[in-house]
Design a protein around this ligand. Sequence first.
Ligand code: ACM
Length: 533
Amino acid sequence: MKRLKIFWFLTLVLTVLNGFAQYAKVIPQPLEVEFNEGIFKIASNVKIVRGENTFNAEYLQNLLKEDYDLNLKISRKGNKGIILEVDNSLTEQVGEEGYTLNVQGNKIELKAPNSKGIFYAIQTLRQLINSEGEVAKVRITDKPRFKWRAFMLDEARYFKGKNQVKKLLDQMAILKMNVFHWHLTDDQGWRIEIKKYPKLTQVGGFRSNSQIGGWDSEKRSNVSHGGFYTQDEIKEIISYASERNITIIPEIEMPGHASAAIAAYPWLGTLGKLKEVPVVFGKLPDSYNVADPRVYKFLEDILLEVMHLFPAKTIHIGGDEVKFEAWKENKFVQKFMEDNELNSPTDLQIFFTNKISNLLENYNHRMMGWNEILGGNVHEWQKKEDIVSKEQLAPNTIVHFWKGNLDMVTDAVKRGYDIVNSYHVYTYLDYNYSYIPIEKSYEFDPIPIGLDKKYHEKVLGLGCQMWGEWIPTVKDMDRMIFPRIAAYAEVGWTSKKRKNFKVFIDNLNPILQKWKEEGINCADKYREVDFKK
Ligand code: ACM
């Protein structure tokens, strides 16, 4: 009884305290916010004091010019104006990416242990400025909940090009998202130049037609589609992303979702039937012939070029939705399985995946893949005997959870794997707003209910995924992404106790307005009420 009273008393205290909680008009919502009386006006005589932060100072200078038509000068030193200061002593308080922002009478101080934090303080500051160039006096201390806050773009299905990618990187930066997961290869297109295998883009980068109207539709667009990034363009985008504290994780799909590569070099395939880059979407039958040593050499050559290009120390190898029939019907693959004592196609996939993991590890890289690489019961169409496995996935892998029973996450972290949670029911941006309204995006918690606290740090964070099969145009793409991306940003950054949907929706207005002014096609209907009959 006494316990119950204490419980109710504490609940009451927390409710009252929460009532006093202060929120900034910022997405994602910062950790601690305390407003004071008064404002700071950013007039054109205000200086940006850069210290060692040359890039960040110039970045802020440009933002203020573009967004508010303010022309501020940058000075090296000073104790007035907008002061950017790296302060190592803050590490313990705000970690790797956090910062403090203090708006006072004659200065705005942005402090962080490193330039990442300063960059994020700038993203907060830009949202606090009103149309008169004024900022309310406020003290903010902020840091992210998760270290992996990803947005994925599938350009294999429809190529969007570097200007669109840069536009998305800009919006990710405002929202403090830090991983751009770039789905560059799939059945319907290979989008990254590989010097050693030029046909991958010459042949694999183009298709003659495209299925339209949904998964089983017989309709075709009757227009060809194609495009790819040269390595120079990739470098340009990497550098653009890195200035915005965004790591690009390239995804090179294997052993399935590889038809574009197989169309370019037919000896890579298992079925020997593919003549051209597929024009239909969905799960296609062929996969790399993982019994052929030439396939391993090919993948090694590709991954070497990929590792050389991208500074990230993690490479995503896909691994999802392999249709096992091709391997089961191929006598060389069957012999290979016998020789290596592999009992099921799942064992074979794990055996193959671990070879790739070894290769990446030899070059000091870490492998990441969709959760099928663990084996297990992921799809209703899988045959029971095909998924029985004895092989163990390499321990250092990051498992990218998207489908299956949520217990698989718990099971994987208990087995020692790190997880990025992209559970499709909550995070797939190709799903309609009627299925994932913004409330549902916002509600997503990457840490499954009931997961023991000791495993929480194994959940690195989340991803939201813009799959491309049915979004041929930028206009369609933007409508699916905006504004839901803002909700995913807040899921990734904002501490659980600071999440508040009502505040979030209120704060969405200015950023929605800004997107619309920039010509981004935001969805008109994105809330649950919009779909209630
Ligand atoms: C996936 O959606 N096939 C990862």
